[in-house]
Write a protein that binds this ligand. Structure first.
Ligand SMILES: Cc1ncc(C[n+]2csc(CCOP(=O)(O)OP(=O)(O)O)c2C)c(N)n1
Ligand SMILES: [Mg+2]
Length: 372
């Protein structure tokens, strides 16, 4: 028998796999030129809602640029750039309600800001300050998760809790293409499927996990198809198309609150910047050609064209949003600067509801030191 001879087997397993994979076609409503290519799926949003979604995306692009500069000036700490992912992030969030719970990854700060986390607290999170992790009462968000995939199991738990309490709300969690390889990911989606937990798992496939390309992440041709093994719906969506992302999440939310269980959504997107500001150099693992190919798909350009064709957007409007963003960022960073520096006693007293004896001891020691 020659090594490369095709093995003849009783079942055509390759054909079965191919048939399944072919089902996962990319859902799109707006093409790269901002033209509607799927009118039947067009969401029923008002003119004001279209404009608000654009406003949030433009604002977030400014926030990204300013955060990068502030980081370079040493005025921010940890920061994971978001440019290129605005449709995946803001349009998915746009389909949610205030009572929904968001469990973000480290790159998903924009969604929790739009869910109600004050901007200065997002800056404090970046600086590792505990106040950045204390969402105001009624703002249903957790702190951005640094441990890849950990938020997925937590989202399933929160979703199940909401279901048991009879809440008509969902838990939404975000991870990346890399996150979809974690054990936590499979455990989370499987458990949510088995218990019909009202969860939405969004995988922002930005093509890289730091420098590891998507092709090395999994043999599966889509991440969306991983839903099949969990027995839940999986959707592959153009993550640079705000209307497609919005619609996929809106439908998933509807199914979840109707008791139909969770959905896995893969948003196909790209991050323009480096992985984080901690020093990686994307030119070592991506080509300028790939970058420019994705820049042509830009969610802001696409949505701007769409809105302009409906006379809903203008250069002046955009300038206004940019100026407002800059001003609010300035105020927020000032407020972050004015927040008292954290002390060791703050760290200890925020860790547990009731301190164990050893921490009580340490608390007293540090309290004494800090009083001097
Ligand atoms: C459990 C765990 N393993 C490894 C890391 C180190 N790490 C940080 S980000 C990252 C890549 C994640 O890529 P992806 O899930 O695609 O998200 P993206 O950064 O592209 O948004 C890795 C491996 C980590 N934070 N946690
Ligand atoms: Mg990634």
């Amino acid at each position: 028998m020659t090594a490369n001879k095709k093995t003849k087997t009783a079942l055509d397993v390759q054909e079965t796999l191919k048939n399944i994979e072919e089902q996962f076609k990319m859902f799109q409503i707006l093409n790269e030129n901002g033209e509607v290519v799927n009118d039947a799926a067009m969401p029923d949003l008002s003119d004001e809602e279209f404009q608000e979604l654009m406003r949030r995306m433009v604002y977030t692009r400014v926030l990204d640029q300013r955060s990068i500069s502030l980081n370079r000036q040493g005025r921010l700490g940890f920061y994971a750039p978001t440019a290129g992912q605005e449709a995946s992030q803001l349009a998915s969030h746009f389909a949610l309600e205030k009572e929904d719970f968001i469990l973000p990854g480290y790159r998903d700060v924009p969604q929790i800001i739009w869910h109600g986390l004050p901007l200065y607290q997002a800056f404090l999170f970046s600086r590792g300050h505990y106040v950045g992790n204390q969402a105001p009462e009624g703002v249903h968000v957790l702190s951005p998760q640094i441990i890849i995939g950990a938020q997925i199991i937590q989202a399933t738990g929160i979703a199940l809790g909401m279901k048991k309490r009879g809440k008509k709300a969902v838990a939404v969690t975000y991870t990346g293409d890399g996150g979809s390889s974690q054990g936590d990911f499979y455990e989370g989606i499987n458990f949510a499927g088995a218990f019909k937990a009202p969860a939405i798992f969004i995988v922002q496939n930005n093509q890289f996990a730091i420098s590891t390309p998507r092709e090395l992440q999994t043999a599966a041709s889509t991440i969306a198809q991983k839903a099949v093994a969990a027995g839940i719906p999986g959707v592959l969506v153009d993550g640079m198309d705000p209307l497609a992302v919005y619609t996929a999440v809106r439908d998933a939310r509807q199914r979840a609150v109707n008791g139909e269980g969770p959905t896995l959504i893969e948003t196909m997107c790209y991050r323009y910047g480096p992985h984080t500001m901690a020093g990686d150099d994307p030119t070592r693992y991506r080509t300028a050609d790939t970058d420019s190919e994705w820049e042509k798909k830009d969610p802001l350009v696409r949505f701007r064209r769409f809105l302009e064709s409906k006379n809903l957007w203008s250069k002046e409007k955009e300038e206004e949003v940019i100026e407002q963003a800059k001003e609010e960022i300035k105020q927020a960073i000032k407020k972050a600067d004015e927040t008292p520096q954290q002390k060791v006693t703050d760290l200890i007293s925020n860790m547990f509801e009731e301190l164990p004896f050893n921490l009580k001891e340490q608390y007293e020691i540090y309290k004494e030191k800090e009083s001097k």
